[in-house]
Design a protein around this ligand. Structure first.
Ligand code: GLV
Ligand code: MN
Ligand code: MN
Length: 430
């Protein structure tokens, strides 16, 4: 529903003037050009980005961001899990900061805006505030969280979950990628390249967190609106399933004697699709990765591992569906053995009304059209929500297409979201 009327903005007349002036300093072209520059690191032939967590490409993106931050007098820092912060200290450098950002890692065939936008919108907001001669009363930290996507190391949102205390550092460091490289090893290489950065403590106090992001869905574009005020994030559970069979000769082994792990996996996945069937079409069930061993044309597959990404806005329904996965797998495994490991279990959440109202009021003051949206995609804001007042700002993306190299957004929509962010940062740092 589009906002109607003009809710009163969040401050004194003087503060409102400062924030509207600062928001007007947001430079759509500068913000766009920074997206273009970022997209060069990990650029794919099809115009997208492949920038995996803790990769060389992500390190290049860090260098670029740190350089931009230094030009604005921001102080770069990291922490034990590989998050990157750019601090603007404000009048009281010891006060708990307001954090704003997102992530710089991408899906293997990712787009130019998922995650990057939140980081660059934060930078743009800080620059606009500086140009408007605003000095925040507390620090503003622009943040790029480590491994949001979870495509190299699963599950994702590693940086924000460890920062917030929801996951332990040691547990995350032990996770390995498809080549057997552990997070600990990748992080050590990455940290060595940024050895000059101070390492800040995890789980430090945060005053508030704002994350700007492309919508990754079709609603804003369909409604012709510039900004979404995110009401919450739908729940998500992820699993890894391993089906163990027996390697055998494709020419000599009769069907009756086979333990074909791939055929078992196909039956299991079909069973899971049936289990998750939803006439309302609210369940999101995805098997996005399938690894077959030994993956040779003339060998009966010995083992298959696949991923499950399961989402639903209703936490009870998500709980029920997820809890039924093991039974479906076992019922369909035939002569093979199956193990199911749950990697993450996140309930649906609602952001606090105070932050949502603040963001709506800012959009109203700036006369930026907006609507409320539940995020169907996951975000680092999920974990920050556990430790501080948190909210999100969405902007439209073309056709709702995301996790796709064709991901696209307009410079003016990106700027509109950054303006709302800028004004909200004034309110949160006064
Ligand atoms: C985030 O990238 C998600 O998969 O929702
Ligand atoms: Mn993202
Ligand atoms: Mn993503």
């Amino acid at each position: 529903m589009a906002a109607t009327g003009r809710a009163r903005g969040p401050g004194t007349d003087h503060e409102d003037l400062v924030s509207v002036t600062a928001a007007a300093r947001v430079d759509a072209r500068r913000l766009w050009l920074r997206h273009e520059a970022m997209a060069r690191h990990g650029a794919t032939a099809a115009g997208g980005v492949n920038r995996q967590a803790l990769s060389v490409q992500e390190a290049q993106a860090w260098q670029l961001l740190i350089g931009w931050g230094r030009e604005l007098g921001l102080m770069p820092a990291t922490d034990a899990v590989g998050n990157l912060f750019l601090r603007w200290p404000g009048r009281d450098p010891l006060a708990a900061p307001v954090l704003t950002g997102s992530h710089l890692d991408s899906q293997p065939t990712g787009g130019r805006f998922d995650g990057v936008y939140g980081v660059l919108a934060g930078l743009e907001a800080v620059q606009a505030l500086q140009e408007a001669a605003h000095v925040p009363a507390r620090p503003i930290d622009i943040v790029a969280w480590m491994n949001e996507e979870g495509s190299r190391f699963a599950p994702g949102m590693m940086g924000s979950s460890v920062f917030s205390g929801a996951r332990g550092l040691q547990e995350v460091l032990a996770v390995t990628d498809a080549d057997g490289v552990a997070v600990a090893e990748a992080l050590a290489d990455h940290a060595a390249a940024f050895a000059d950065l101070p390492c800040w403590p995890l789980q430090r106090p945060v005053h508030a967190y704002l994350e700007a992001h492309i919508e990754q869905g079709p609603l804003l574009e369909r409604e012709g609106l510039s900004v979404g005020i995110v009401t919450g994030i739908q729940g998500k559970r992820t699993f890894s399933v391993t089906v163990a069979g027996q390697e055998a000769h494709a020419g000599t082994t009769p069907s009756s004697q086979r333990q074909d792990a791939l055929l078992a996996a196909v039956r299991i996945i079909s069973g899971l699709v049936a289990w998750c069937h939803d006439p309302q079409d609210l369940v999101r069930f995805t098997v996005g990765r399938l690894d077959v061993l030994p993956n040779a044309p003339s060998v009966v597959p010995a083992s298959v591992r696949f991923s499950i990404d399961l989402r639903h806005p209703d936490s009870q329904r998500l709980c029920h569906l997820g809890d039924g996965i093991l039974a479906v797998c076992e019922a369909q495994a035939g002569p093979c053995r199956v193990t199911v490991t749950e990697l993450s279990n996140a309930q649906s959440l609602e952001f606090p009304a105070s932050i949502r109202q603040l963001l709506s009021a800012c959009a109203n003051d700036l006369q930026i059209s907006h609507m409320d949206i539940l995020s169907a995609a996951g975000h680092d804001a999920r974990y920050l929500h556990e430790v501080c007042p948190t909210g999100m700002i969405f902007v439209p993306c073309k056709g709702g297409v995301s996790h796709n190299e064709a991901e696209s957004a307009t410079a003016s929509d990106l700027a509109a979201g950054a303006r709302v962010l800028t004004q909200a940062l004034v309110a949160l740092t006064r």
